[in-house]
Design a protein around this ligand. Sequence first.
Ligand SMILES: *[C@@H]1O[C@H](CO)[C@@H](O)[C@H](O)[C@H]1NC(C)=O
Ligand SMILES: *[C@@H]1O[C@H](CO)[C@@H](O)[C@H](O)[C@H]1NC(C)=O
Ligand SMILES: *[C@@H]1O[C@H](CO)[C@@H](O)[C@H](O)[C@H]1NC(C)=O
Ligand SMILES: *[C@@H]1O[C@H](CO)[C@@H](O)[C@H](O)[C@H]1NC(C)=O
Ligand SMILES: *[C@@H]1O[C@H](CO)[C@@H](O)[C@H](O)[C@H]1NC(C)=O
Length: 473
Amino acid sequence: MAARRCASDLAANIVFFLLFSFVHTQSAAIFSPPDDHLIACGATSAAALPDGRSFLTDSSLPTTILRSHGRRISVSNPSSDADPLHRTARVFTCPSSYEFDIKSKGVHLIRLHFYPFQTPEFNLSSARFHVLASGITLLSDFFAPRPLLKEYFINLKEEKLVISFYPADRSSFAFVNAIEVVSAPNDLILYPARLVKADEVAKFDGLSEQAFETLYRVNVGGPKVTPFNDSLWRTWIPDGVFLKPSSASEIVSYSGRIKYQEYGASREVAPDHVYNTARVMNGAVLSGSNYSMTWEFPVTSGYKYLIRMHFCDIASLALNQLYFNVYINGYMAYEDFDLSDSTGFLASPHYVDFVLDVDITELLSICIRPSNQSSPLWIRGLLNGLEIMKMNNTMGNLDDESPVILFSANPLKRGLGAFVRSLTCGFAFVSLSAIAFMLFLRWRSEQRSHAAWSPLPVDVSDSTLKPGKLVNF
Ligand SMILES: *[C@@H]1O[C@H](CO)[C@@H](O)[C@H](O)[C@H]1NC(C)=O
Ligand SMILES: *[C@@H]1O[C@H](CO)[C@@H](O)[C@H](O)[C@H]1NC(C)=O
Ligand SMILES: *[C@@H]1O[C@H](CO)[C@@H](O)[C@H](O)[C@H]1NC(C)=O
Ligand SMILES: *[C@@H]1O[C@H](CO)[C@@H](O)[C@H](O)[C@H]1NC(C)=O
Ligand SMILES: *[C@@H]1O[C@H](CO)[C@@H](O)[C@H](O)[C@H]1NC(C)=O
């Protein structure tokens, strides 16, 4: 009897050992993306970042081809103590593109760095332009009045990625300081999301087929996390400015080891610095049960949003004591959410994806309230991190309701200067017209399919449907 008990103890120990050695090896693995293009545009030498990465110059890259149909100019920041990526930029006075070789198809992270500085010739904050990647409008009529970092996730299905820059009109120009094209970790987008509607929660499949723009990345209850401390070189900002003052919360932090597990969140999904701090509603210090934590984020209506909530129970004293309800824009998104059930451990990270269609409000409000399954003295709500991503609309775009329709007018009618300019932009006309034609066809077929299948456009309300923009070069 005793021997048998001993044997089963031993078996349990072996299971435990295996489990923990797995947890250990998983956390020790370093993410090395198959595609990893880091480019300092216009630079004459590689730019070394404090986070250890090195950005190569765009003129010396063998795998990257810069196609430009006219002047492309390298400009230098007059203030020499700027950050490495802010010292130079590439200015395009004609449509231009970067072409990247893609070794491994699938979801890629694309970051565009815009740092507007002034030189005697160019005032970068007065640039106005469009940016397309892989046929998706990322930015339409964009300008950068202040430093901006734009981040996207796009599923690439071809062996080339083309990122194109189009000046918004003849007198304008485009610019960019740095570009990152990096394979996303395989486990970044894995599971179906919860599609939150007024009266039900449905399943949302095919997340990895969508294009996303990151709008907010928040370390709830914790400090700013810089790319140095993030395995995917992300920046997480504190949640204070988004938290409604009426929220009843306290901050907790944890110095133990975060137990990353297979099928849970990995370190590439979010780093330890996100999971080891949280904001909680502590029943032991709050009276009654009518309290909540609410965060509010301004967004653009007319798009679906992916809301990724990161949880790691670093506050409860035991398993199966944490239950709470999640509301998004007032709709019940998850009732009686039980984190222990999903992880089986305390201090083990887990995330839940929600999708919500924002039609009129221009606001996303995320609210956590106690569940009536939890005891009044327990931790009654918790959140460690929050990411909000805009999803492409039915026309496949991330900016503007209608595709940018580009076409070339007859340059001869526009005087000699324009004619010469159009000659310098030369070949651009051909590709531009081709893109314009393709976009127009796509737009037409979208309009048709809307007309054929539904009297109301799915994504775009009639009032916001604008005619395509006309762009002359
Ligand atoms: C640069 O352009 C911005 C935006 O158009 C403008 O506000 C700013 O005054 C310009 N700076 C100079 C020195 O012209
Ligand atoms: C990285 O995290 C450590 C530990 O929290 C902190 O001391 C350090 O300042 C962080 N480094 C950067 C560059 O953010
Ligand atoms: C809970 O509080 C909100 C405002 O904080 C109030 O509108 C609501 O009526 C309260 N509910 C109950 C059941 O007390
Ligand atoms: C628990 O709360 C839900 C709404 O969140 C309500 O429908 C249900 O009746 C409550 N259950 C109890 C036992 O109070
Ligand atoms: C995003 O674009 C894809 C491909 O064009 C399309 O299948 C998908 O439905 C779009 N997403 C949304 C939310 O409309």
